[in-house]
Design a protein around this ligand. Structure first.
Ligand code: ZN
Length: 141
């Protein structure tokens, strides 16, 4: 079940510079900044009503965001849907023929479980699935 668009991810060279636009220019509220070691990213979340904007800066050149920026420059990176059960959703998408980057959920920002769907099967858009609580399902290690 898809509950809402949780956030839209934007790849940026510098979170500090991008905050001057999104926080100071657009006047969005900054929720916080954290390092997601697993993804090699420094992440800033800004609130927009029920959704958020996620600014992503690479902490290393060879991280997914680092590679994205060196190939295409800054810009829209992914759309994240909040789902009730990420494990069920992965199974459902695989059965529907979509190509998963993550067949098992991993830890994303804010301690959430996340999984990415490959853009080759989603009209060129990288899609992130996100589940708020880890309780209802047990991700495999
Ligand atoms: Zn995201």
């Amino acid at each position: 079940l898809y509950q809402r668009i949780d956030h839209i991810g934007i790849a940026v060279r510098s979170v500090t510079d991008a905050l001057q636009v999104y926080r100071d220019g657009l006047s969005l509220t900054l929720e916080g900044i954290e390092i997601v070691e697993d993804q090699g990213a420094r992440v800033a979340l800004l609130t927009v009503g029920q959704s958020r904007i996620e600014l992503l800066e690479a902490t290393r050149q060879d991280s997914p965001i680092g590679r994205f920026i060196s190939k295409r420059g800054e810009g829209l990176h992914h759309i994240c849907f909040q789902v009730t059960s990420i494990v069920e959703e992965i199974a459902r998408l695989k059965a529907a023929g979509l190509r998963m980057i993550d067949e098992v959920p991993r830890c994303g920002a804010e301690g959430r479980l996340v999984a990415f769907v490959h853009p080759s099967t989603t009209a060129g858009v990288l899609i992130e699935l996100s589940q708020v609580s880890a309780e209802p399902t047990n991700p495999k290690k």
